[in-house]
Design a protein around this ligand. Structure first.
Ligand code: F0G
Length: 447
């Protein structure tokens, strides 16, 4: 189809301005709020059931059917097929992890880990980047940029050079894990380390993109979030098109949680699912804006009438205190999440909960995920750390079905892993042993 039935719409109900998809905006030009991609579903040729999407597995030699994002293209129909960029993203798996479930005292059939580390750049970002770069191609963009704690930059750099665009990444000085930094450099992006943190970079990149007319691929970009919806489609596909009881996701800039809420909102509107899962968004204690606003300030979506003054007062307070977020989970070391409002909407759609976990809890959970499963980077382990709290307080029942999104590959941040195992005396530390170059002494060490 050459004119897709999609448009951009401001999420602020007092504004609700709409714009065509050929416009490059990233925030509402009328009121400055976030934009959504909306569809005129009556004109989309949707399959009758979600199971029809699975038929595309049989046509994996076709570029768009092979993509774990574009396989679901009718549910994100904002650009013509000829513009769709793909490098094989979304070949992920939902691992049922009985061993970890047992360690957590859950029903062994009930715990699933959605391993997004299998994406081309090793994180969930590729789901969004394939969508953003498809839009970039549609509008003829030649240069891209992002602020990043690392994974967005790695993913952007990969998609940019695959599509022949220039790429500039802004990262906070010393705020990025080495695996991710190495990717941005290796994939040929111009890497600018700003003396500041992610939030500073996020502010700067918006002005840079505005002034130089560069295409911004941060999750402010509503097209990116359309791609990230497919993580949820793949989870329910693996569960026989049934929603689990819970989805658990780490919260940083809050793009993923926002996209997940939108995915379920739309599937429900379309009558393609009977039941929406509950959503748990997990912050790190040192970067817990969402948790504080949600619990202490009782901030809610409120049909789009979110209390902007409360948000502003909170941020003013952070500035006055000279607050800087800090967590070992550098991917989510963010104190001004740009998708805050959309995340609040997702929490409402999915009857969600929010909590924050400590760095120690994150690192312990990460070691348990590595010991029983495919491993992940620290931010991803916030999911299992959060799950432990939710089980302990009875919010999640031990016999419920829970899917945790492991957002990034374990090799993204090898320093965190090696430090935990070799330097810290933690419950799951597995330090390397030292042996003389002597067979008997080596054998004596084998447990
Ligand atoms: N997990 C990982 C591994 C991430 O890289 C990020 C975000 C998140 C979770 C949080 O997701 O922002 O959608 O709430 N990383 C961004 C980046 C900020 O720049 O790579 P979110």
């Amino acid at each position: 189809m050459d004119t897709p039935p999609a448009y951009q719409k401001c999420i602020n109900p007092k504004c609700s301005a709409t714009f065509g998809c050929e416009e490059v905006l990233f925030q509402c030009p009328t009121c400055g709020d976030l934009l959504d991609i909306c569809y005129d579903w009556n004109t989309v040729a949707l399959p009758k059931t979600l199971a029809d999407f699975a038929g595309r597995w049989a046509k994996r030699n076709e570029r768009l059917d092979f993509s774990g994002v574009w396989r679901f293209r009718e549910l994100l129909d904002f650009c013509p097929d000829r513009c769709k960029v793909s490098i094989g993203e979304g070949q992920t798996l939902l691992q049922q992890n009985g061993a970890l479930a047992a360690e957590l005292g859950m029903n062994p059939d009930g715990l699933f880990l959605q391993y997004e580390g299998m994406n081309p750049s090793g994180s969930f970002k590729d789901n969004g980047m394939t969508a953003a770069f498809s839009h970039a191609r549609m509008v003829g963009a030649t240069a891209s940029a992002c602020a990043s704690t690392g994974n967005t930059s790695a993913s952007m750099a990969l998609y940019a050079h695959s599509g022949g665009l220039k790429a500039t990444v802004f990262i906070g000085q010393g705020k990025i894990a080495f695996g991710k930094l190495s990717q941005a450099m290796d994939y040929g992006a111009q890497t600018i380390q700003i003396e500041g943190d992610f939030d500073d970079c996020m502010r700067q990149v918006q002005d840079v993109c505005r002034q130089l007319k560069i295409y911004l691929v941060n999750s402010l970009n509503p097209f990116r979030l359309e791609g990230q919806k497919t993580i949820m489609y793949r989870i329910i596909e693996q569960l026989g098109w049934e929603a689990p009881d819970w989805i658990i996701v780490p919260g940083g800039n809050l793009g993923n949680s926002s996209a997940f809420g939108k995915a379920f909102m739309e599937l429900q509107t379309l009558g393609l699912i009977d039941r929406v899962p509950r959503l748990a968004v997990i912050n790190a204690v040192g970067a817990n804006t969402l948790t504080e606003l949600y619990h202490d300030k009782k901030l809610r979506w409120n049909n789009g009438h979110t209390d902007n003054d409360a948000i502003k007062a909170y941020y003013d307070g952070l500035d006055a205190a000279g607050f800087r977020p800090h967590t070992v989970a550098s991917a989510i070391e963010i104190s001004r999440p740009v998708n805050l409002k959309k995340c609040l909407r997702a929490l409402e759609v999915c009857n969600g909960v929010v909590l924050a976990v400590t760095d120690e809890e994150i690192l312990d959970a990460k070691a348990q995920i590595g010991k029983t499963g495919l491993g992940c980077e620290p931010a991803s382990a916030a999911t299992i750390a959060g799950l432990k709290h939710l089980l302990a307080e009875g919010t999640i029942g031990k016999d419920q079905r829970v899917a945790c999104v492991l957002t990034g590959h374990p090799l993204k941040d090898p320093n965190a892993t090696v430090d935990y195992h070799s330097q810290m005396q933690r419950p799951f530390s597995n330090p390397p042993m030292h042996a003389a170059n002597d067979l008997d002494k080596i054998i004596a060490l084998i447990k």
